[in-house]
Design a protein around this ligand. Structure first.
Ligand code: ATP
Ligand code: MG
Ligand code: MG
Ligand code: MG
Length: 477
């Protein structure tokens, strides 16, 4: 049969034609009005049932959650808000749903409750909208890079590298855990493991990505990364997707320009493509804001925030300038930031990042030139001997969304830094080869995909913007 998707049906205003739609019942009122949804849009199509001429046994099976196929005539709508209804001629139950047991009732459920039934939450208006926006953003990311001639490079999921401390790793092994081979000294004998060495799930594709850029010029990765993050925050997952472009013949300014352009491009793309979903999410957020005391409410709606982000240049300043601002600021009741007792050289906490973005500049911020001690060995050393060409992008409500840098392309400088920190050079011989043979200035960054989805959807918890969240004690489905 030819099935019409509900989105397409609602967008055309042709009436007096027969169509077949399939979907799940959201509500069934007065034995007469079915709100049917098929996930193609947030909007339901209203099915008008001729109950006097419909079998009572069939009517009973039209329950919330049931899957239906409906054939009928498109007619001008009786109700408000919708242009058309379908006057049912034939209703077929494809799958029953016991109303006593179906966890999703036609009412507003809390996000906490929905997290416990993450296998069914796709069927709610909120999560339908989130995952369609997520889909659009991932498509837009590919399109941005493809338009600019970047090569999509697949970096390995299983690797021997931990990207030098980017995050805690998950080990990969095929040892029989009851019987792990040991060496004479009683240490685990990884030589006998599948790969003949210790391996883990990737925490970042950057080092491998650099190898690609040193030949293909501009590459990007877009894949899952894994970090055994111990903290239970609203911004960290154990499995998250990261976009990592790497560009040869590029410096820190090119890097900032690319990241800012990418973020604006994909946000604009979603605003155009998923207008309905974002309007819905904006209203949802507004309802949530109304629960808060007046002075804590956001001044802008979600749609306004997104538009504001497009219309304004991101503020660019150095870490040192940021510290000066924070030093003189009094975030709450004349109390200064505690950490500044320690002063220059300490890493910013998310409260400091959010202060800069939300209170001081009131827009996205790019911080550059961090102290080398708090950044990775591969970042390019600045002439001052103290800082590196790092850049973090901070977003309102999110904090860090992008971390990147110009990379150290000078072999001597790189080796000297590795020695200082105590990173074994022999293990990274392949990485150092790119500097030995035709090394050149290059730069790149990592964009956390879920943090982007979090920003665009206005949701508050990262567990709500990935279909199957992985976090401590949670991996059932
Ligand atoms: P954070 O300071 O928030 O822990 P990070 O500095 O450890 O982040 P990077 O190694 O710079 O993270 O990774 C690049 C990007 O990946 C970050 O800017 C962020 O957007 C995202 N990211 C990092 N860790 C996580 C995580 N556990 N879950 C989701 N996204 C993450
Ligand atoms: Mg981290
Ligand atoms: Mg960080
Ligand atoms: Mg970072």
């Amino acid at each position: 049969s030819t099935r019409t998707k509900i989105k397409a049906l609602l967008e055309s205003d042709e009436t007096n034609v027969d169509v077949t739609v399939k979907g799940w019942v959201r509500t069934f009122r007065n034995n007469q009005f079915i709100a049917l949804n098929d996930g193609s849009t947030n909007n339901n199509v209203q099915i008008v049932v001729d109950f006097e001429n419909t079998d009572a046994a069939l009517l009973k099976r039209i329950t919330t959650g049931a899957a239906l196929s409906v054939t009928g005539t498109v007619v001008p709508s009786l109700g408000k808000g919708q242009k058309i209804d379908i006057k049912a001629k034939e209703i077929e139950i494809l799958g029953d749903s016991d109303p006593e047991k179906y966890p999703l009732q036609p009412k507003k459920h809390s996000l906490e409750f929905l997290r416990e039934i993450a296998h069914l939450r796709f069927r709610t208006t909120t999560f339908g909208a989130i995952f369609r926006v997520r889909n659009t953003l991932s498509f837009a990311i590919h399109q941005f890079f493809q338009e600019r001639g970047f090569v999509y490079l697949h970096t390995p999921v299983i690797t021997a590298s931990d990207a030098e401390g980017a995050g805690e790793t998950f080990h990969v092994t095929n040892f029989d855990l009851e019987n792990i081979p040991k060496t004479e000294n009683g240490e685990i004998d990884y030589k006998q493991d599948f790969f003949g060495r210790a391996t883990n799930l990737t925490v970042s594709g950057q080092l491998e990505g650099e190898l690609g850029a040193m030949a293909l010029s501009d590459i990007y990765t877009f894949g899952p990364t894994f970090r055994a993050e111990n903290s239970n925050t609203t911004r960290h997952l154990a499995e998250f997707w990261m976009i990592e472009p790497e560009m040869a013949f590029a410096d820190i300014t090119d890097n900032m320009d690319t990241a800012e352009a990418l973020l604006k491009y994909v946000i604009k793309y979603a605003l155009d493509k998923n207008k309905d979903d974002l309007e819905f999410l904006s209203t949802r957020l507004l309802d949530e804001e109304k629960q808060k005391p007046q002075n804590e409410r956001s001044e802008m709606t979600l749609l306004e925030k997104l538009q504001f982000c497009l219309d304004n240049d991101f503020e660019r300043l150095t870490y040192t300038e940021a510290i000066d601002i924070l030093k003189d600021s009094t975030p709450n009741k004349k109390k200064k930031f505690q950490f500044l007792v320690e002063g220059w050289g300490t890493d910013l906490q998310s409260e400091h990042e959010r202060y800069l973005v939300e209170k001081h500049f009131k827009k996205p911020v790019i911080l550059t030139d961090y102290p080398k001690e708090i950044k990775s060995f591969y970042m390019r050393q600045n002439d001052d001997g103290k800082t590196v060409a790092a850049m973090d992008i901070l977003f309102p409500g999110i904090g860090e969304i992008v971390g990147g840098s110009q990379r150290e392309e000078r072999l001597e400088k790189l080796e000297q830094r590795m020695d200082e920190i105590g990173i074994p050079k022999d293990e990274l011989w392949w990485y150092l080869d790119t500097r030995r043979f035709g090394g050149c200035p290059h730069a790149g960054f990592g964009l956390g995909f879920e943090r982007l989805v979090l920003f665009v959807t206005g949701m508050g918890n990262i567990r709500d913007v990935i279909p199957f969240p992985r976090f401590p004690k949670n991996a059932e489905f």
